[in-house]
Design a protein around this ligand. Sequence first.
Ligand SMILES: Cc1cc2nc3c(=O)[nH]c(=O)nc-3n(C[C@H](O)[C@H](O)[C@H](O)COP(=O)(O)O)c2cc1C
Length: 331
Amino acid sequence: MTLATTYMGLPLRNPLIVGAGPLTGDFDNVRQLEDDGAAALVLPSLFEEDITTEQLTDFFSYDTYGDSFPEASSYAPDPESAPGPDAYLEHLRRVKAAVDIPVIGSLNGSTPGGWLSYAKLMEQAGADALELHLFHSASDPALSSAEVERQMLQILTAVKGELRIPVAVKLAPLFTAFANFALQLDAAGANALVLFTRFHRIDFDVIELEVLRRVEYSTSAELDLRLRGVAALAGRVRASLAITGGVHTALDVIKGTMAGAHAMQTVSAVMRYGSAHLRKVLTEVEAWMIANEWNSLAEMRGNMSYQRVPNPAAYERESFRRMFSVDVARG
Ligand SMILES: Cc1cc2nc3c(=O)[nH]c(=O)nc-3n(C[C@H](O)[C@H](O)[C@H](O)COP(=O)(O)O)c2cc1C
């Protein structure tokens, strides 16, 4: 029985990747994560604004940029304490030297531009792959869906043209025709699609008239949106598929694989329970597979996807209708 998988061409000992976030941003954690079973690490994102800010400081003096990019700061650390691009590359080099598992750099942005040169610098610093987090909040009334998609494809094409290492694209769920756009990213050379970005929570302080933003830990309840996304793409794209969001338990890993995922990223669960949680989940996945007579993840991958459904949209529509149609005759 094996948990081995291949994710965007990288052989992994199991499908559990520690996703972008504070865990992989702290050098003191990375060996422990590897020892506890992490199959790969995605470093926190280097943000477009951090790079352009650094480039701009050479020419201008200005205050903080934080408020100028309220949307893009979803997961951005405090600009005052965020590591600059050079510190980021140094962290990447150190992590790469410290662990044997693949190390994936992360770039987060939304517009084509010079900041993308950092993709190449990450490759040169030793990244085994790059995760491009194409940020999209769908809240700019001036930006059409066609333009959003055009810019994203332009970013991916520019990065793919420069890099030898595989490139994953991490996406928000906010696309009108998500599956169609995913196929376009696939055709443009994305080596993996990572579904889906989790947005920070917002609330209003109605006395102080302030927007309160916070990043909360996920629960397994957030998995179903990702299962749908992956199930819709399995077998239809060349790119590997990864789930990020709501991966907490062994059953989450089994479900993700059955939907068609090659890898599962986890952040909240490890932040909440510590890195030993990885070991627990992997042991339980193994036990479940033995009990249910599965020899490998490859055997079960995609067996619950839409691959055998000729018209997924019609199937979804019919399922929705059946769930909510009221039986008028019976009242
Ligand atoms: C505190 C925190 C910081 C994060 N920083 C990043 C980041 O820098 N780049 C990124 O792409 N995702 C970032 N994420 C998102 C995670 O990589 C992941 O996609 C999300 O938390 C969903 O996975 P989970 O349900 O396992 O937490 C962050 C998440 C948290 C909780």
